[in-house]
Design a protein around this ligand. Structure first.
Ligand SMILES: [Zn+2]
Length: 398
């Protein structure tokens, strides 16, 4: 299984200078290849990233000799990334034609700007003498040309390092390691099932009645985020105050992302205690298109939640069951299976007219999800009506 770990770096001023230069080379190569792609396409040719890489290599010594100052992988990977961006674009186009992507604006690859998502591939790849693309030793990593770079923490996973990308965020430099992790998971004999209802008021409600709420610093920071983004729009373009506000906002985004990642990791790790974990198939794509900030941020969380849960479950020999999109988890009474057609979104508690049970909306939904996965499909409320169309075990993360 391939996992990634992003580690904050503590580079020396000279190393930072090298990183900046390598980012510049990567950005230049990407933009050069994009312009060339557009030109060739307009001339009726069929461009490919492999051909563009060859073309760039041939030009490097005569026209762009300064590219030699940084690792050759910075420009090479940048052109490969462009190929990937075009492949994604064509895939999205096809999906839209089939009507599978009605909501999304399909975006053609665009030129990169300095200071936005600056990054470059730092390693030369594994070879027969060094199975790891990059050597690490405790809290430091050895990169080609720059040498040992200090890291804030050790690499979390044991395994072969396949590649390393250096990137710049608001507050500094990071290394992302792609690691091939060998794991042995024993088949499990227990039969525990948990249903998980994801929401915005409580991050998650479990079918055992417990709730996971957003931590206070997260809520506080989200309020601050609103204020800061408003203040940024009021600053004059190109002014120094605007630049300052921008850095501040970027730092806050980073901080929120870190807190969220921490909460999600703890939640998904704790869930893999169960043999079977049932979640809803949320329309994340649809939610992302929503205009409200809270929704959009929450939607990113759901996507990440599902991704983490699936790879961790695979490592723990648990199974993730995704209830079909049309499974009415909120509206069914988990006691008597009668559907409450009149339940509105704002009703947090309700009483079943058929059996008189009073329900907490989220706990009831989580219970229905847990029953969805129980051994005999007929025992789950709404199983016949809803169909178990999307009940699948997970594949290990690509
Ligand atoms: Zn009932």
């Amino acid at each position: 299984m391939r996992l990634a770990h992003r580690v904050r770096l503590d580079p020396t001023p000279a190393q930072q200078e090298y990183f900046r230069r390598a980012c510049g080379v990567a950005r230049f190569a990407y933009n050069w290849a994009l312009a060339e792609w557009q030109r060739q396409y307009a001339a009726g040719a069929k461009p490919s990233e492999a051909a563009l890489r060859k073309q760039l290599n041939a030009l490097k010594d005569t026209r762009f000799p300064w590219m030699r100052e940084v690792t050759k992988n910075a420009p090479q990977q940048a052109v490969k990334n462009l190929g990937r961006a075009y492949a994604n674009f064509f895939e999205d186009l096809a999906k839209q034609r089939r009507g599978e992507l009605p909501w999304k604006r399909v975006r053609v690859p665009t030129f990169k700007k300095k200071g936005r998502h600056d990054s470059f591939r730092a390693d030369n790849g594994p070879d027969k003498h060094h199975p790891d693309a990059v050597r690490t030793d405790g809290k430091r990593a050895r990169l080609p040309i720059v040498g040992w770079v200090a890291m804030r923490e050790e690499v979390r996973f044991a395994g072969r390092i396949l590649s390393t990308t250096i990137s710049r965020a608001a507050d500094g430099w990071y290394a992302s390691f792609a690691i091939e992790v060998e794991y042995q998971s024993d088949p499990r004999s227990d039969d525990t099932v948990i249903g998980v209802d994801l929401g915005i008021t409580a991050l998650a409600t479990l079918s055992d009645g417990s709730k996971v709420v957003a931590p206070k610093p997260l809520r506080r920071n989200l309020q601050k985020l609103k204020r800061l983004s408003r203040s940024l729009t009021r600053k004059q373009r190109g002014s120094r105050n605007r630049a300052k506000a921008k850095t501040k906002l970027a730092r806050l985004h980073r901080r929120i992302a870190d807190i969220r990642a921490d909460v999600l990791h703890k939640l998904t790790t704790s869930l893999t205690r169960y043999r079977t974990i049932v979640i809803e198939d949320l329309n994340v794509a649809g939610m992302l298109a929503s205009r409200t900030l809270a929704r959009a941020i929450a939607a990113v969380g759901f996507f990440e939640f599902r991704r983490q849960l699936q790879y961790k479950a695979a490592m723990a020999s648990s199974t993730v069951v995704v209830a079909g999109r049309w499974f009415p988890s909120s509206k069914l009474c988990s006691t008597c299976c009668v559907k409450n057609e009149f339940l509105t979104l704002s009703e947090r508690t309700w009483t079943c007219v058929s059996c008189g049970t009073s329900h907490d909306r989220d706990v009831n939904a989580a219970c229905n999800l847990a029953r969805y996965a129980e051994s005999s499909p007929a025992s789950a409320c709404g199983a016949e009506g809803a169909g178990r169309e999307e009940n699948f075990a997970v594949k290990p993360a690509a």
